[in-house]
Design a protein around this ligand. Structure first.
Ligand SMILES: *[C@@H]1O[C@H](CO)[C@@H](O)[C@H](O)[C@H]1NC(C)=O
Ligand SMILES: *[C@@H]1O[C@H](CO)[C@@H](O)[C@H](O)[C@H]1NC(C)=O
Ligand SMILES: *[C@@H]1O[C@H](CO)[C@@H](O)[C@H](O)[C@H]1NC(C)=O
Ligand SMILES: *[C@@H]1O[C@H](CO)[C@@H](O)[C@H](O)[C@H]1NC(C)=O
Ligand SMILES: *[C@@H]1O[C@H](CO)[C@@H](O)[C@H](O)[C@H]1NC(C)=O
Length: 411
C-alpha cells in the first residue's frame, strides 16, 4: 500500500508543522476572551482517548470502490424528521421511527393513511411547541427537546408487542401496541437522573439493556462528549420484575448503539468517541467482561442484527491523520477548539469530510461487507441500518428522510 494514499490533500495542517505552531500560538494569544469559540463558556476538559491507531485501522479497512451505498433511494423526503431508529412491529407493519419533534410515527402504507403519529414520550408534547416539521432537525428545536422528547432507540418486545423506547431526555419508556403516551420505566440510576439514554435492546428474560451516553452532557451538547473524549457513559440494565435500574458498565466513551447476539450470549455496543464496536459477554467463561469486537474507520451509531445473526453498523466517516494528532494530545484540543472560529472550519481543517459507511460483521467481528457513499449522494449521516423485507432501511438523526437500498442491487 502506498502510504500517501490515505492522506487526503486537505489535511494541510499535518503537512505543515509550522502552520500548526502558528495556529497554536494564535490560540494561546486569543484564549477566547469573548467566548466566540465553539467551546466558549463551557468547562471544557479534554482527555486522552482509548482509541486504536489511525494506521492500524485505516490501513486494513476495505474500500467500497463502487460506492454502492449511493445506489439507495431517498424516501419519505420531508415527511419524517431525523428518524434515528427504525423498527417493524410483530405484524410486519412499519417502519416506526422516532423523530426530532419528539413523536414516534409509523408508516401504514400508501392506502392505509401514510404516516401516522403512534406515540409520545412526553405528556407535555404540544403541536404549537414541538411540531416544527423540517426545522426540528435544526438548532431551532434544541431548547424544546427537553419538553418534547427525542426518541432515539426503538425496539418491539416480540412476545407482548410493546414498544420500548430509549429517549435522550426521558430515559427508557414503554408503550402498548396501540400507542399513545409512553410510560417511563427507567429515569434514574444510583439516585441520579439518567442524562442521555440513547439505545436499547431487550434480553429474553425481559431485562432491558440500554446506553446512557454521558453523565456530563445531554443530547444537544453531544458534540462536547466527542471533543473532550470524556468517558462517563454507561451501559445500564432495567429489570422489570423489581422495577430497578442497575449499572452494568461505567466509564465508556460515548456508548451509543446496543444489540444482543442471536443467542443472547453477548451483546454489542458502540463507543462512538473511541470509534469501536465492543462485545460484552453475558454467558460462558468470559461472562461479565468486555472486549473490542472491531475498530472502525469513523464514529459508529446504532448496531442492528439481521436474520442470519450478522450485524449492520452505521458509521459516520472518517478518521483523519490530523484528527489523530488532536486525539492523542488533549492540550492541543484545548487550544484548537478555543480558536474563535466556527466549528465548521475547525472540523474542515482537520480533514473531517463526513460521509457514510455501513458495515456488516459476523459474530467474530470479521468484516463481511462495506458500503460507502463517498459523495454523500444518498446519506450524509447514518444512524441505523435495519435489514428487513429484502432491503436495508437506513435512518439518520440529522436529515429529513429515510434511505432504502434493495439488497439485490448490491450483487
Ligand atoms: C478497490 O480498489 C483498490 C485499488 O484502487 C484495490 O486495491 C482494492 O482491492 C479494491 N477493493 C475491492 C473491494 O475491490
Ligand atoms: C421553518 O423555518 C422557516 C424559516 O424560519 C419558516 O419559514 C417555516 O415556516 C418553518 N417551518 C415550520 C414547519 O415550522
Ligand atoms: C410538564 O409540564 C408541567 C406543568 O407545566 C411541569 O411541571 C413539568 O415539569 C413539565 N415536564 C416536562 C418534562 O417538561
Ligand atoms: C436477565 O439476564 C441478565 C444477564 O444475565 C441478568 O443480568 C438480569 O438480572 C436478568 N434479569 C432477570 C429479570 O432475571
Ligand atoms: C453472568 O454474570 C452475572 C453477574 O455479572 C450473573 O448475574 C449471571 O447469572 C451470569 N450468567 C451466567 C449464565 O453465568
Amino acid at each position: 500500500m502506498v502510504k500517501g494514499k490515505y492522506l487526503p490533500k486537505d489535511e494541510v495542517l499535518l503537512q505543515h508543522p509550522i502552520l500548526v505552531f502558528v495556529f497554536l500560538v494564535l490560540g494561546f494569544i486569543v484564549m477566547d476572551p469573548f467566548e466566540l469559540s465553539p467551546v466558549g463558556g463551557h468547562d471544557f476538559r479534554p482527555v486522552k482517548n482509548d482509541i486504536a491507531s489511525y494506521e492500524e485501522v485505516m490501513g486494513n479497512w476495505p474500500k467500497d470502490n463502487h460506492s454502492r451505498l449511493a445506489r439507495g433511494d431517498k424516501v419519505f423526503v420531508d415527511e419524517v424528521f431525523g428518524p434515528e431508529s427504525l423498527e417493524f412491529d410483530i405484524h410486519g407493519r412499519g417502519p416506526y421511527a422516532g423523530l426530532a419533534d419528539g413523536r414516534i410515527v409509523r408508516w401504514m402504507g400508501q392506502d392505509g393513511g401514510g404516516w401516522e403519529t403512534f406515540a409520545f414520550v412526553s405528556r407535555n408534547w404540544s403541536n404549537e411547541i414541538c411540531a416544527k416539521g423540517v426545522n426540528s432537525t435544526t438548532y431551532k428545536q434544541w431548547k424544546f427537546e427537553k419538553q418534547c422528547g427525542r426518541p432515539l432507540g426503538l425496539r418491539f418486545d416480540k412476545s407482548s408487542g410493546d414498544l420500548y423506547i430509549a429517549d435522550a431526555y426521558f430515559g427508557v419508556l414503554v408503550v402498548g401496541p396501540k400507542g399513545g403516551y409512553a410510560t417511563p420505566l427507567a429515569t434514574n440510576v444510583a439516585g441520579k437522573p439518567i442524562l442521555f439514554a440513547n439505545d436499547l435492546d431487550i434480553h429474553h428474560n425481559g431485562s432491558v439493556f440500554f446506553t446512557d451516553s454521558s453523565k456530563r452532557y445531554d443530547r444537544v451538547n453531544h458534540f462536547f462528549i466527542m471533543l473532550e473524549g470524556e468517558a462517563t457513559g454507561r451501559l445500564l440494565r432495567y429489570d422489570p420484575p423489581t422495577k430497578t435500574t442497575h449499572v452494568v458498565l461505567d466509564g465508556l466513551a460515548f456508548p451509543n448503539g446496543v444489540q444482543f447476539s442471536r443467542d443472547h450470549s453477548f451483546l454489542l455496543y458502540t463507543e462512538t468517541t473511541n470509534c469501536r464496536l465492543m462485545k460484552y459477554w453475558l454467558e460462558g467463561p468470559k461472562n461479565g467482561t468486555s472486549e473490542i469486537m472491531a475498530n472502525l474507520p469513523g464514529f459508529p451509531d446504532n448496531v442492528r442484527i439481521n436474520e442470519k445473526g450478522e450485524f449492520w453498523v452505521a458509521i459516520d466517516c472518517c478518521r483523519t491523520r490530523a484528527q489523530e494528532v488532536l486525539i492523542n494530545n488533549p492540550w492541543m484540543r484545548s487550544v484548537y477548539f478555543r480558536l474563535p472560529v466556527h466549528m465548521r472550519y475547525l472540523a474542515k481543517w482537520v480533514g473531517m469530510k463526513m460521509y457514510s459507511v455501513v458495515s456488516r460483521f459476523n459474530e467474530k467481528g470479521e468484516i463481511l461487507d462495506v458500503l460507502e457513499d463517498r459523495k454523500g449522494a444518498v446519506m450524509k449521516l447514518v444512524s441505523e441500518v435495519r435489514e428487513e423485507k429484502g432491503k436495508l432501511w437506513i435512518g439518520t438523526v440529522a436529515h429529513n428522510h429515510i434511505a432504502t437500498l434493495a439488497l439485490e442491487s448490491l450483487l
